[in-house]
Design a protein around this ligand. Sequence first.
Ligand code: AMP
Ligand code: MG
Length: 407
Amino acid sequence: MLSVDAHLDNILSVVQPLSSLQLGLMDAHGCVLTEDVVATDPLPGFDNSAVDGYAVRLDDAAAATERSPVVLPVTGDVAAGPASPLRVQPGVCVRIMTGAMMPAGADAVIPVEWTDGGVASVTILQAPGMGANIRCAGEDVVAGETVLPSGTHLGAVQIGLAAAVGRSRLIVRPRPRVVVVSTGTELVEAGQPLTPGRIVDSNSPALTAAAVEAGAIAYRVGIVPDDPRKLAATLEDQLVRADILVTSGGVSVGAYDVVKEVLSRLGTVAFDKIAMQPGMPQGFGTIGPDSTPVFGLPGNPVSALVSFEVFVRPALRKMLGATPFERPRVRAVTSKALTSPKGKRSFLRVLLEVKKGAYVVTPVSGSGSHLLAGLARASALAIVPEEVEKVAAGESVEVLVLERRGR
Ligand code: AMP
Ligand code: MG
């Protein structure tokens, strides 16, 4: 039996970050930058008003109070948009809207709420400070500044910032394209009638969704029966659009475990027993002319998804160029005793909560690899090391955080 770490190390030595390319801004969302994004111009690009109000010369409004307001003639309006030729002369003011360029001569903006809102003339009830309510050019970003360094993972905010500095295209590592295939003659597409002995294919939807959650572009091919010729033909067809292939089922020792048979033939795929539970049988290697990495995951739904978490997700994150490869891990106290088979690393379905400021885990499911509803109730996987058979209630355990529910 191979250890989890040895198997993962092997995978990560084979799988490499994808080559960079230039993508349109929205296609780059979720990708990792491989260039520095440098602002050519400052942000804001020009001094502008932070509020709707009146642009004034400070001296003219400095004496304003509620008891003795200052009244100034309003000589015009500036709205957000084209630069205004207006100049604020001594003794007058200009009505200004949020985002409008500051007119020459003005050095503060009085919010409309501090005035009577007048159009021809305005009554000012409160004095502004120097520069009040002016957003100064360059106060967010100066020209020449690197706003997004190479290696940045582009979330919504980073996409917004790239746009704000004028970039419509970015050089990034693309999202890996993952093709997902379920194998099993017993499988039926969700929503189709079941006949006795048949089950719904839950793996291809789950693994496709998991790949998307990991940042990949995922194609769900769906069900291929346990027929070596059909499986080989499907995989060969799919290779053109795959940076990575993921199959489920057919990797154990049953008589119709065709994935093993077909993948062994198509490339350098090895099938190993990994010292873990769930997920013991695992296939990994490369196939096809481009040596495309392929994962042969076990068919049991929990095994398939836990295998995805432990092996496929880190591989996808590496291809994407994201760091760290793995989800966050924390140490938590277990509220109930946990057991684990000797010599295997267990990934136990638990609910992770914060109680009195400390992480606490509670098992939510039995250990059966078919218990998908139990996995759906879990927010984390407690990891019991190979040499440990029992973790008593109150002891601490390492936890792989799947999502933040319950915190
Ligand atoms: P296998 O690895 O093909 O021997 O499958 C192990 C178990 O997982 C069997 O009970 C299968 O019926 C079940 N199984 C295999 N593939 C899927 C799938 N795509 N969706 C749900 N269950 C599956
Ligand atoms: Mg099968």
